[in-house]
Design a protein around this ligand. Structure first.
Ligand SMILES: C[S@@+](CC[C@H](N)C(=O)[O-])C[C@H]1O[C@@H](n2cnc3c(N)ncnc32)[C@H](O)[C@@H]1O
Length: 287
């Protein structure tokens, strides 16, 4: 029997069939896997449906597709995801970076333009390092600390920092929030877990991504509340903090921030979908 050639077009069709009812974009998922496997741009994959995959690539595609049909998110299957125009390596212990978190980067970059050096910066709960590494890559002369409770996660963040040549300007600290760090910091950025435990149980992400990265306790604000509470001792008198929050947490977080730092200017910014997304706390002269 003559085996039929397994082309890019056939691989995409196989993905469409296998992921029917599971994914809105099976063709796109197949294209990203093929682009990664064949080390070609996605546009090339789209333009060459007749290209025949070698045996090893065909097997690898089959393994990737099986992982997707098993419910594993595409970024974990690929082993990376894009954030602020850069690829970040992932591991099962690390949250997949979300596009809405890019708002934190934008806020931090704006703030850094107004803050005279040297600037003391920390990214709390760094995960893949997407926030801290992006800041270090975007602003060549800054140094910063990144913290996470998970050592495994810090290894991934360090690897990402190395990839972009910024590991020498970042201290990687295993810590509960800011606990061991002296401060005072001019800039604190944090995307801490903020999903209420009960809501997490009903969410697909709750089954597929690390609970340590998502679970914000009973009301979702356990870690954010603790961080806010620690800021008076850790934020410089002219410092700023930008924290990602859940869509319905703006009012509660604003009150908690005002209670912790009564003299600070506290604002909530919405994301492109119109949801509360970032709390901005500005102290002192730059407020
Ligand atoms: C929502 S993820 C964010 C990861 C990354 N900053 C991002 O934006 O994609 C939260 C991160 O906080 C870490 N984390 C959880 N509890 C923590 C704590 N008490 N202190 C420091 N980090 C913590 C988790 O391990 C996880 O990496």
């Amino acid at each position: 029997m003559v085996a039929t050639a397994f082309t890019i077009g056939a691989a995409q069709e196989q993905a469409r069939q296998a992921l029917k009812g599971m994914s809105d974009s099976p063709g796109q998922q197949a294209q990203l896997i093929l682009a990664d496997l064949l080390d070609r741009p996605r546009a090339w994959i789209l333009a060459h449906p007749e290209f025949i995959l070698g045996e090893a690539d065909k097997r690898s595609f089959g393994v990737a597709l099986a992982r997707l049909t098993n419910g594993e998110p595409l970024p974990y299957v690929l082993g990376w995801w894009e954030f602020y125009g850069r690829r970040f390596r992932l591991a099962p212990s690390v949250l997949i970076p979300r596009p809405e978190s890019e708002l934190l980067v934008e806020k931090a970059l704006e703030r850094l333009k107004l803050t005279p050096p040297p600037v003391k910066i920390v990214d709390v709960g760094t995960g893949s390092g997407c926030l801290g590494v992006t800041l270090a890559a975007e602003v060549p002369d800054i140094r910063l600390a990144v913290t996470d409770v998970s050592l495994e996660t810090l290894h991934v963040a360090r690897r990402n920092a190395r990839e972009y040549g910024v590991d020498g300007r970042i201290s990687f600290v295993q810590a509960d929030l800011l606990e061991p760090l002296a401060g005072p910091f001019d800039l604190v950025v944090a995307n801490l877990p903020y999903v209420p435990s009960s809501a997490l149980r009903g969410m697909p992400a709750g089954r597929r991504e690390p609970g340590l990265a998502l679970d914000g306790g009973r009301d979702g604000l356990e870690l954010t509340g603790r961080l806010l509470h620690s800021l008076p001792g850790k934020l410089s008198p002219t410092g700023a903090a930008f924290l990602e929050i859940g869509a319905d947490q703006g009012t509660a977080v604003q009150s908690a921030a005002k209670a912790a730092l009564p003299d600070a200017d506290v604002q909530i910014t919405r994301d492109l979908a119109g949801h509360d997304r970032v709390i901005e706390i500005r102290c002192g002269a730059h407020a």
